[in-house]
Design a protein around this ligand. Structure first.
Ligand code: AHG
Ligand code: MN
Ligand code: MN
Length: 336
């Protein structure tokens, strides 16, 4: 029974038996993500001090090179995930290729692969606006005892065993699912513990927020253009409110709490959409579905898409179920 004020550590232990492969390994993996997120959080909070302590590319007072925050976050998550004999491979938005990790006995006994967007919304760092981290976890499909291969990473989203995000916002939260609903934990920075603050998170079935970069409007598919016009019509609950931060994690988080839809359609500039299927769309889709929401590319369920390459992009429509249904209806009726 989850209770408010429970720490993330307590929650993980209490709920690990409900996980179908019920070993402590997944719990330990989530534990290492929570640890890396704390370290990254500390660094993100200092970002406003760059003019004082040196910007990325500078050398700091100890003679160390200052790193860009996305590189820093990437390194921290990889370091933390590598050490625990659980993960056999990591793919990151920041790395060209996947990273192979061997078990301590060097017999390739680790079972899980992790895919990660270490810093999402990185263009918002300079201006003190929320950024995030997104992670996605699968069991490997190739046999234990052999090195991990690309096949282990190119799994459909529906095969995910866990996914989550961290939002470094007005407070820092870790939100995740292992396929039994979605729970959100808020970091108390004074003592460094996360507390269950948002148990069993759910998208409202309907919402009144739409989130899309309307600067690209003239380039959008007709179905999306017409859906945006529908959102703006003065009719019943409409017009909806437009809210777009430009950090997927933050836009998603707000829409899950308040009810809304996020869209990143294809355009001439981004003919396949901009967001990455494996690092961004699949984990968010898993969380959305576990929270009674929906995620689609306009026609197909995101988690049913068969990936063909690591950094593949896909159009993304995600949020309150009835809103995504409506957007899909506009897409179906306005095929180009
Ligand atoms: P990242 O910082 O990991 O590259 O991701 C940025 C993504 C996503 O978070 C955001 O919703 C979207 O790009 C914003 O794109 P536009 O600036 O084109 O709207
Ligand atoms: Mn991103
Ligand atoms: Mn990123």
């Amino acid at each position: 029974m989850s209770k408010r004020n429970q720490t993330l550590g307590e929650f993980i232990i209490e709920n690990q038996t409900s996980f179908k492969y019920s070993s402590g390994e997944l719990s330990r993996l989530i534990n290492s993500i929570r640890l890396a997120a704390k370290v990254v959080n500390h660094e993100v909070n200092k970002a406003g001090l760059v003019d004082i302590i040196g910007a990325a590319g500078d050398t700091n007072i100890q003679g160390e090179d200052q790193q860009k925050l996305d590189v820093y976050a990437n390194d921290k998550f990889i370091q933390t995930l590598t050490k625990r004999n659980i993960v056999c491979g990591i793919a990151s938005e920041e790395e060209d290729d996947f990273i192979t990790i061997n078990s301590q006995d060097e017999n390739h006994q680790n079972k899980y692969v992790v895919l990660i967007d270490p810093l999402d919304g990185s263009s918002n760092i300079d201006v003190n606006v929320s950024v995030g981290t997104i992670f996605s976890i699968y069991r490997r499909v190739t046999p234990l005892g052999t090195p991990v291969t690309l096949e282990d990473f190119l799994q459909k989203g529906s095969a995910q065993v866990a996914a989550g995000y961290v939002v470094y916002g007005t407070s820092t939260m870790l939100v995740y699912t292992t396929g039994h609903g979605v729970n959100g934990f808020t970091l108390n920075p004074a003592i460094g513990s996360y507390y269950l603050s948002h148990p069993d998170m759910q998208f409202p079935e309907d919402g009144n927020i739409y989130s899309v970069n309307e600067g690209n409007y003239s380039d959008f598919p007709t179905g999306i253009k017409k859906y945006i016009k529908y959102c703006q019509e003065d009719e019943g609950e409409r017009p909806y409110t437009s809210r777009y931060i430009g950090s997927l994690v933050s836009d998603f988080h707000r829409n899950m709490i308040k009810g809304g839809i996020y869209m990143y359609p294809k355009s001439t500039k981004n003919p396949k959409g901009k967001l990455r299927l494996l690092y961004e769309c699949n984990p968010m889709a898993f969380i959305a579905e576990q929270a009674n929401g929906k995620a689609s590319d306009g026609f197909t369920r995101i988690m049913d898409i068969e990936p063909t390459e690591l950094h593949e992009r896909v159009p993304f429509i995600c949020g309150s179920k009835n809103m995504v249904d409506k957007a899909e209806e506009f897409m179906r009726n306005n095929k180009e």
